[in-house]
Design a binder for this molecule. Structure first.
Ligand code: GDP
Ligand code: IMO
Ligand code: MG
Length: 421
């Protein structure tokens, strides 16, 4: 019986999960998303084309492999339809390739309004969400008020919807939030009908059957470990379990069925939205990382905050996920840097620690180790031997500190710009 391999982000999202899932898909027969929703923006580039996926797994471009949207995902029918129709226009009709779990929860138009209303009510303490209704939808799931994809097949779907909407409207009124969802609602009802073109399945059965039939399955995460609702920089997190444990609940596979855990990290750090970020750079170097790395949100277009690689946070993420192989992204962005810094500890009130603290505030000060820059174009490298010595020293250091091998190094956005060791 095969195991499920997992690809997930070890930082604050946007590590390059989409690219790597696409690169590794030829090794698998099934690719499944296990959590998150259209807050994700996974970018893939090949053949001169660029695609941004939000809810659809990144395994769809590699020769008709089965792709599954798992039960742990929250689905916005309107955005899903736009995504699927755009892909169909570019020649990728997914109706036979993509299945959706009946147990995935539906994002309602009023969930988006609630997301905006809660953010407005928080004022300067706002999370800086993507505004896609993620928090309110997961809240309804856990409070047992949610609507699921499978409810579409029930004769009283419209009544279930009306009751949910009425409940949301009472909350929105109490928050004095003005909105008009008439148009959005019309679109939503059309979009949920559109969902019925896809196979709506009990994906836990499909996935376990695939494993029993010795088919290789890859689970694709969204967001990153430091945005995990339990282990991230709470409350500045998303509302799902982005960590490897989320694969079990988000796909219905048992813990002993998890195989390799591929942890993806950028050779530096970025973060979108509010919340602590110990190694954040507010100087010219931060601006350069943003400019060269095109660090703007794939979903919202917001500027991503940039900073040095943080090994305290990375080691924490490796521990929580049980990472077995590391994948380093975007080192090419620092090609022309003279010095590259890595945080190896934090100093809190004068005391050094290598543990990720319960709360991160201004008292947390990173302790850096400096590396000589490689000052050459990594994008031209296609094998590990091609890499310059200073870059190999940087990779060796990360492997030594974390105790996990760096098995893949991505040196550019294109599918082909990937070095596999
Ligand atoms: P995801 O959400 O984890 O899938 O990552 P995003 O797609 O949001 O952000 C990663 C961005 O970096 C995308 O624009 C990718 O095209 C780009 N990218 C991925 N890998 C590399 C790389 O190795 N080098 C460079 N320069 N860009 C990369
Ligand atoms: P991918 O999958 C980066 C951030 C938001 C905000 C916080 C909560 O592309 O890596 P939410 O809308 O989820 O309630 O917002 O999480 N966030 C992401 N940041 N990449 C993502 O996804 C993100 N998804 C959510 O910016 O700070
Ligand atoms: Mg992204």
């Amino acid at each position: 019986m095969k195991k499920v391999d997992v690809i997930l982000g070890l930082q604050w999202g946007d590590e390059g999960k989409g690219k790597v899932v696409d690169v590794l898909t030829p090794r698998y027969e099934v690719v499944a998303r296990f959590q998150g929703g259209p807050n994700a923006g996974h970018t893939l580039e090949f053949g001169g084309e660029k695609y941004v996926l939000r809810s659809i797994p990144s395994g769809i471009f590699q020769g008709g492999k089965a792709n599954i949207i798992g039960n742990g995902v929250v689905l916005d029918a309107i955005l899903f339809r736009k995504e699927a129709e755009e892909l169909a226009r570019s020649g990728h009709d997914l109706t036979r390739q993509l299945s959706i779990s009946k147990k995935a929860h539906l994002i309602l138009p009023t969930h988006r309004m609630l997301d905006a209303a809660y953010e407005a009510a928080k004022g300067s303490a706002r999370i800086g969400t993507t505004g896609k209704g993620i928090g309110p939808t997961y809240t309804d799931k856990v409070s047992r008020n949610g609507m699921r994809v499978g409810d579409l097949l029930k004769p009283d779907f419209a009544e279930i919807y009306a009751a949910a909407k009425a409940r949301h409207e009472r909350i929105l009124r109490s928050l004095h939030f003005d909105y008009d969802i008439a148009e959005l609602e019309r679109e939503w009802f059309e979009a949920v009908e559109y969902l019925k073109r896809f196979r709506l399945i009990d994906s836990e059965y499909a996935l376990n059957a695939a494993l029993r039939a010795d088919k290789a399955v890859l689970a694709e995460g969204a967001q990153g470990t430091l945005l995990d609702v339990d282990f991230g920089s709470y409350p500045f997190v998303t509302s799902s379990n982005t960590v490897s444990a989320g694969v079990c609940t988000g796909l219905g596979v048992a813990p002993n069925r998890i195989g390799e855990v591929f942890g993806i990290f950028k050779a530096y750090c970025t973060r979108v939205g509010s919340g602590p970020f110990p190694t954040e750079l507010f100087d010219e170097t931060g601006t350069e990382l943003r400019r060269i790395g095109h660090e703007y949100g794939a979903v919202t277009g917001r500027e991503r905050r940039c900073g040095w690689l943080d090994l305290v946070a990375l080691k924490y993420a490796i521990m929580i996920n049980g990472v077995t192989q590391l994948i380093m992204m975007k080192a090419d962005v620092m090609n022309d840097f003279d010095t590259i810094r890595v945080a190896t500890a934090y100093r809190v009130d004068g005391v050094e620690t290598t543990e990720f603290p319960y709360s991160i505030d201004d008292r947390v000060e990173p302790v850096y180790t400096d590396f000589e820059g490689w000052r050459c174009d990594l994008r031209a490298c296609r094998s590990y031997e091609d890499f310059p010595a200073p870059f190999k020293r940087y990779v060796d250091f990360i492997e030594r500190e974390t105790g996990v091998p760096v098995k893949i190094v991505s040196v550019g956005p294109d599918r082909g710009e990937t070095v596999i060791r």
